[in-house]
Design a protein around this ligand. Structure first.
Ligand SMILES: Cc1cc2nc3c(=O)[nH]c(=O)nc-3n(C[C@H](O)[C@H](O)[C@H](O)COP(=O)(O)OP(=O)(O)OC[C@H]3O[C@@H](n4cnc5c(N)ncnc54)[C@H](O)[C@@H]3O)c2cc1C
Ligand code: SF4
Length: 562
């Protein structure tokens, strides 16, 4: 098959904060380098650099979902006068923050925010609008943006990464090309920078082939589900942030919730739940509805109407999970490399800084005309010498503490505040090891009845209504991008042992068990067009037989404002 080849100098994969900040930084470095040479300085110009950035969303920001309160530290370094440059992504600046512990019926506001979680004066942002704003800056500086292109394979020359192949478009469900078939493109790059967010497809190909995670702890995750609620005019408190702990999660399940006041009479509410939850029936979307039904939440938000929904995994292993960050021809940035501080649930600034440090290294590599491991190693050195390490290393054992339950985790956080985090990184397991069988958790096969929340279609909504709010769309006539290697396991062993947890943990009701009259048993049915690309199934499935691969580029959620 003839494939178009497109040579570029540097390719950024992913249009999130990590790669966008990296692309801007790289362009700034090249432009000041060339200007210095034009003014008579030593060295050679980097003439007409081709810097490309690709994203699988139909537009930059289509697949973007976050909280989000941003620590502006990295943005201050990248674009020091950003506040004067019409920051359309800022909803509000934080004015009032409260930390609340919830029991099933009561709410106990804490006298102050826990240490390190204060955000007074920081911007509450729309991540999608932030990415669009950054993308416009990158484009002005000459970065080529390719949206609607999913990277599906790394290109290799011997053991060196030499670019990315994008997915074919126009393949039918039977795997055969349709009349609109368009083969993917080979984007050949001197340096490839992977910033695909959590559980990146190409990142995993690279890590598996090169064993980049052999000396780090496994990547571990929480699922974040979020809704935006339209409120009656005048009922949203300007700059308000509320963080909660406790209900609807039990003491065996780590997570927490947030409420952020947005502009235009809107509130965002989100819940994060560990993907290592022991209960196979854990259903983050349902738990979010239970949270909204709590008297404290109903009083605050009950007059609201859900207008937007989304879900995404969050990388929470922190410093302990950061893999080797480079290989011949490639570097990994952002959430793909675990650059998120789990103690603050903040990753935007760390991802951006990692992208900027990778860009500085790519710039050196372009000047030297070499992208070997020994040149790209400077990226890891830069991370180790930066404020990323200063911020992340002290909470290196945060996840390991919560591995032993919520109370054990809180005790461990308290101890580390008093005595420091200790010298060594404490080990932990990948999330899927933690799920327990239904008989163990519930004392019987299958799941207990759920009858605690009443869906009203506007404030408390069911999954399918929320899938509609996510705007997700997929070309129906393509192979499913959710690959289950052995569906027999689903119908037999998994049904018996775990009760088919995919029907619960998927926040978009993609997985359903349908009764098959011929075989007289429930069998797995996959509604892949509902998928919001959160990657939960790939992470949490206890048998590790589900793989998420990118569908046709441009398919997926349309978050827009999340
Ligand atoms: C619910 C929730 C709340 C959060 N709250 C906060 C908060 O308040 N503050 C904070 O600082 N952080 C928060 N975070 C974390 C923060 O959003 C991330 O740390 C940050 O977005 C990571 O940036 P990134 O560029 O590494 O990846 P991402 O933002 O995930 O971007 C990756 C991009 O790559 C694209 N992509 C992936 N694979 C491919 C491929 N193969 N080919 C082409 N494109 C691809 C995706 O479409 C996506 O646009 C939150 C996260 C969630 C989910
Ligand atoms: S199918 Fe998998 S990736 Fe898609 S929404 Fe469900 S859990 Fe998330």
């Amino acid at each position: 098959m003839q494939r178009e080849a497109m040579p570029v100098d540097v390719l950024f994969v992913g249009g999130g904060p990590a790669c966008l900040a990296g692309a801007i930084r790289l362009m700034d470095l090249i432009q000041s380098h060339n200007a210095a040479i034009d003014a008579g300085g030593a060295g050679e110009r980097i003439a007409e650099p081709t810097i490309a950035l690709m994203d699988k969303g139909s537009e930059i920001g289509s697949h973007a979902i976050s909280g989000a309160v941003m620590d502006p530290r990295a943005l201050d370094e990248l674009i020091p006068d950003w506040k004067q440059q019409d920051p359309t992504f800022v909803e509000r600046y934080v004015e009032e923050e409260t930390f609340v512990v919830l029991t099933k019926t009561m709410a106990f506001p804490a006298p102050m925010m826990p240490p390190g979680m204060e955000d007074h004066g920081n911007p509450i942002i729309s991540i999608a609008r932030f990415q669009k704003w950054l993308a416009a800056k990158a484009e002005e500086k000459g970065v080529m943006l390719f949206t609607g292109f999913a990277g599906t394979q790394l290109l290799w020359e011997d053991d060196k990464v030499v670019g990315v192949r994008t997915g074919d478009k126009g393949i039918g469900p039977d795997g055969q090309p349709k009349s609109n078939f368009e083969p993917g493109i080979d984007i050949q790059a001197k340096v490839t920078i992977l910033g695909e967010g959590p559980r990146g497809t190409l990142t995993r190909q690279l890590m598996n082939r090169k064993g980049l995670d052999k000396d780090s702890q496994p990547m571990v995750y929480e699922i974040g589900v979020k809704e935006v609620l339209e409120m009656p005019p005048g009922t949203v408190k300007k700059g308000e942030v509320i963080l909660t702990l406790g209900y609807p999660l039990d003491l065996n399940t780590f997570g927490g919730a947030f409420i952020y006041a947005l502009a235009d009479d809107k509130y965002a509410i989100g819940l994060l739940v560990e993907l290592g939850a022991k209960d196979p029936a854990m259903d983050a979307h349902y738990l979010l509805q239970k949270l909204k039904a709590h008297p404290y939440m109903r009083k605050k938000l009950g007059a609201g109407k859900v207008v937007k929904y989304g879900a995404k995994a969050v990388t929470v292993g922190g410093w302990a999970s950061i893999p080797k960050l480079y290989a011949d021809g490639a570097m990994i940035v952002g959430d793909s490399a675990s650059f998120l501080n789990p103690a603050r649930i903040k990753g935007i600034h760390l991802s951006m800084k990692a992208g900027m440090l990778a860009a500085e290294t790519a710039f050196e590599s372009l000047k030297r005309g070499e992208a070997t491991e020994s040149v790209l190693k400077a990226y890891a050195d830069r991370v180790n010498g930066s404020w990323i390490r200063e911020e992340m290393e002290p909470s290196k054992n945060f996840h390991a503490g919560f591995d032993k339950g919520v109370l054990g985790g809180m005790a461990s956080v308290g101890m580390s505040l008093v005595f420091g985090p200790g010298k060594d990184i404490k080990p932990f397991d990948a999330d899927y090891h933690h799920m327990r069988k239904t008989a163990h958790v519930h004392g019987h096969k299958g799941y207990p009845e759920r009858d605690e929340v009443e869906f009203d279609g506007t404030y408390i909504v069911d999954k399918l209504t929320d899938v509609y709010h996510s705007g997700t769309k997929h070309e129906e006539k393509q192979p499913s991008h959710l690959k289950v290697v052995d569906r027999e396991v689903c119908a037999t062993q998994c049904a018996e042992e775990y009760g088919n947890p995919c029907t619960r943990f998927c926040p978009a009701q993609v997985y359903n068990m349908h009764f098959n009259e011929a075989t007289k048993r429930n069998e797995l049915h996959i509604d892949f067009s509902n998928c919001v690309h959160c990657k939960t199934c790939d992470i949490r499935d206890p048998y590790q037989i589900i793989s998420w691969v990118p569908p046709e580029g441009g398919n997926g959620p349309e978050y827009g404002v999340m």
